[in-house]
Design a protein around this ligand. Structure first.
Ligand code: NAI
Ligand code: NA
Length: 395
């Protein structure tokens, strides 16, 4: 079939298998030329199909020949209806990994559930024995608690006061003011239940009790801080409370792994266009200005460059360069004083008229469509493609 992008608000309903494949192959090439010395060998990636999780899987597999198991929640294709992009990404990754003689298997289902955890554990026991790294990279709006069956929904809201600031609709380029009402009721607790650290801890507890974590095991989850501009809706909002909880969980995990010298870390990453971040108000305007400034300075990175730097210059380097709160920082370039000062200046001038000049709206759009395999260089979108692509290592 011929597949074209069909967008509705901040999501794209279609995705292109060849474009997704091309994105994965480019990331593989990047890591092949930037391998990791003494990198991980047997890795579980939870949230492995898109964004930072996919980049972590590729960096493990192609940076240090790691065997990888990927867990994700993606929609398979049906006749005439493309799969979600993470499906095609995983198909492309596992096809290439198998060609290159790398172990790569995956499980598609709800990582928050006891069933998927048990299935993953069994696969590790059957195929890998012990693993030396778990990457935790889930981004989800909902979580059903595995023990109580209660369904929690996360919200992206400020706490205490209404937040008013500018945002951009990146499809139309219209910059306008929006107001977000403060959270209410159980919003904070619910957001912590979805995006906090409880599920990460559950995974590690299970794997530890089954004795499948090797000596010097590491686990890493991803967090975000960002500038004062977005603070009220992000880091000091409901999602920020969940990130506080996730960050605190890293220390609890380290405590629980003392006997194997295991470590839990949080890495604070850069703001990037992903399916998760496009849905957060104000962030798209910030990102389009940030991209402009970082590209001008020659320090722009995508997911793969971020994770390559995380592995090669932090996790598997001499010095983790932890901050005062014990976190790994690969948002260091985003947060540089000179970069933030420039973004803040531009923010004051950003209007519908000025943004195409002063911001990188085009870069934002390109990245957004790239997430779904569209607007990818070298792909012929007029050519018929088979939507019924299989993931070769899918269990
Ligand atoms: P993403 O949306 O690209 O990836 C989410 C992954 O989670 C996908 O593999 C998806 O299949 C999987 N997933 C979602 N729900 C699932 C479920 N119930 N069961 C199994 N798998 C499920 O998101 P992104 O942006 O890569 O985010 C990953 C982490 O990085 C999040 O914790 C996010 O807060 C953090 N982060 C994101 C930043 C950004 O700007 N995008 C910046 C810094 C941190
Ligand atoms: Na991810």
């Amino acid at each position: 079939m011929i597949i074209e992008p069909r967008t509705r608000g901040f999501i794209c309903l279609t995705s292109h298998p060849v474009g997704c494949e091309q994105n994965v192959l480019s990331q593989i090439d990047y890591i092949k030329s930037n391998p990791t010395t003494n990198g991980p060998k047997k890795v579980l990636v939870i949230g492995a199909s898109t964004g930072f999780g996919l980049a972590s899987r590729i960096t493990s597999a192609y940076g240090s020949n790691a065997s990888t198991i990927g867990v994700f929640f993606e929609k398979p294709p049906t006749e005439g209806r493309p799969a979600s992009p993470g499906w095609y990404n995983s198909a492309a990754f596992e096809t290439q990994a198998h060609k290159d003689g790398l172990y790569a298997k995956s499980i598609n289902g709800d990582a928050f559930s006891n069933e998927i955890k048990a299935q993953t554990l069994k696969l590790i026991q059957d195929d890998l024995g012990k693993i030396d790294m778990v990457i935790y990279s889930l981004a989800s709006p909902v979580r059903t608690h595995p023990d109580t069956g209660e369904r929690f929904k996360s919200v992206l809201k400020p706490i205490g006061e209404t937040f008013t600031n500018n945002t951009v609709d990146f499809h139309t380029g219209v910059v306008k003011e929006i107001s977000i009402e403060p959270c209410s009721g159980d919003d904070i607790e619910n957001t912590i239940a979805v995006m906090g650290g409880e599920d990460w801890q559950m995974w590690i507890d299970l794997l530890k009790s089954a004795d499948v974590l090797s000596e010097d095991f590491k686990t890493v989850a991803y967090s975000y801080i960002g500038p004062s501009l977005t603070e009220a809706v992000y880091r000091k909002g409901t999602i920020g409370r969940a990130k506080d909880h996730l960050e605190a969980t890293a220390f609890e995990i380290t405590d629980s792994l003392k006997d194997i010298n295991g470590k839990g870390y949080v890495s604070v990453n850069k703001a990037l266009v992903t399916q998760a971040s496009s849905a957060i108000p104000v962030i798209p305007l910030y990102i389009s200005l940030l991209y402009k400034v970082m590209k001008e300075e020659g320090i722009h990175e995508g997911c793969i460059e971020q994770i390559e730097r995380l592995f090669n210059e932090r996790l598997y380097a001499e010095d983790l360069q932890l901050d005062a709160q014990g976190r790994i920082r690969v948002d260091d370039w985003e947060m540089r004083d000179d970069i933030q000062a420039k973004v803040l200046e531009l923010w004051k001038e950003a209007t519908t008229e000025t943004l195409p000049e002063i911001g990188d709206l085009e870069g934002y759009r390109t990245d957004f469509f790239n997430l779904f395999g569209f607007n990818v260089e070298g792909v012929d979108y007029d050519k018929d493609v088979n939507e019924m692509v299989a993931i070769p290592g899918l269990q």
